[in-house]
Each structure stands twice: as C-alpha cells, then as structure tokens.
Design a protein around this ligand. Structure first.
Ligand SMILES: Cc1cc2nc3c(=O)[nH]c(=O)nc-3n(C[C@H](O)[C@H](O)[C@H](O)COP(=O)(O)O)c2cc1C
Length: 196
C-alpha cells in the first residue's frame, strides 16, 4: 500500500517562492509511488491560535480544522517545507501545526528548508527539528536544504541547472529515509498499538 505523506508549507506572502519547492516535493513523492498531498497553510487558513483542535467538543471544531485533523491522523509521514524569516520559522506554518498535538504522534517527519540566499533556511530548519520532536514526531536525520531557491527551481517548480540537479539527488535520499520510517511506523502500529 502506498505511503500517505502530507507535505506542509506555510508562507502567506503574495509573491511566495517556497510553493515551488512544496509542489516539487509532492510531485517527487508521487513519482516514487507515494500518495502525497500538499497542505498549504494559506489555503487552509486556520485562525490565529485560540483553541487547539482537542479543546473543541466532538463535532464542534471548524470544518477546516476537522478535515485537517483527520488527514493528519490518517497520514504515514510528514514533510515540512520551511522558509526562514529573521532566522526563525514562518508564522503561518507554525500557527497551523500548533493547533494539533496528539494527531501528530507516532509518525516520522522530515524538514525541507529553503531561502533566497545561500544558507538555505538552515536556521529555521534546525528550529523545526526541536518543534516537531516536541510534537511527538520522529524527526528523520536526512534533510534537504535549497538555496538560493530562485536558482534551483523555475516558476513551474522544475529543477534547473546544477542546483536543481543537487536538489534531485538530495531529495531522493531524503525520501528513501522518510518512506522507510513511514513504512516501519505503520507496520509497528499493527504489531503493537502506541503506548499512549
Ligand atoms: C520577513 C522576512 C524575513 C526574512 N528573513 C530571512 C532570513 O532570516 N534568512 C534568509 O535566508 N532569508 C530571509 N528572508 C528572505 C527569504 O528567504 C525569501 O524571501 C523567501 O522567498 C521567503 O519564502 P516565501 O517566498 O515562501 O515566503 C526573509 C524574508 C522575509 C519576507
């Protein structure tokens, strides 16, 4: 059965560049046979955090939150595509993730970072590792760093030039790692239910 992988991306900017990379990740995972889907925080557009999903009574969470909770629970693994704002994470994606907690547990997550410059969002990448771990995901050690994003992917999200080639190589290894863990955690859940 194909692994169900959700790819999260969270820039709300009108001229956002990271959508190229998020779309690339979805396509590359689909090409490997994964059932991959983009979750665009801007499109989902949850409100600034007030109540977490679990703080709503059954059936009372807003529709967009309910739908996303179900998708997260049903997924086998997660990819977080992150840009970097002032050495930190992008608020739109962080706001979306903070609405959930137990829904994230017991699955692997990988971080794919980018920026307009050569440091490729490395500082936001590191910050996400701790955050995703705190939220109960197993953060894989493989990561992908893309910078400058404008030299790596064209406007259709297609890899270009030497930087594009490098992305394709590093993404293949990253996806090998993520899908291995996705399969492993799914199999383990059938052998033994999560302890809590
Ligand atoms: C508010 C803001 C802060 C930024 N801070 C950083 C930064 O700390 N490091 C960096 O490499 N690029 C920084 N940039 C440049 C981003 O890497 C670049 O604009 C990138 O395209 C942002 O992602 P997005 O287009 O998907 O929103 C910043 C951009 C914005 C808008």
């Amino acid at each position: 059965m194909a692994e169900r992988i959700l790819v999260f991306y969270g820039s709300y900017r009108a001229d956002r560049m990271g959508i190229r990379l998020a779309d690339y990740c979805v396509r590359a995972l689909q090409a490997r046979g994964c059932d991959a889907e983009l979750v665009d925080a801007k499109a989902v557009d949850l409100p600034m955090l007030d109540r977490m999903y679990k703080e709503y009574a059954d059936g009372e969470a807003p529709d967009a939150m309910e739908t996303l909770a179900r998708k997260i629970r049903d997924a086998d693994g997660f990819v977080f595509v992150t840009g970097e704002y002032n050495w930190g994470v992008q608020p739109g994606l962080k706001n979306l993730t903070d609405h959930f907690l137990e829904e994230w547990f017991w699955r692997p997550a990988g971080v794919v970072s980018y920026s307009a410059g050569r440091l490729a969002g490395a500082r936001a990448n590191v910050a996400w590792h701790g955050t995703l771990s705190e939220m109960g995901m197993v953060v894989i050690s493989s990561t992908v760093t893309v910078g400058p994003i404008g030299d790596t992917l064209d406007t259709d999200g297609q890899p270009v030039g030497p930087a594009g080639k490098s992305l394709e190589r590093s993404f293949a290894r990253f996806a090998d790692d993520l899908t291995w863990w996705s399969e492993a955690t799914r199999a383990q859940k059938t052998r033994r239910p999560p302890p809590y």
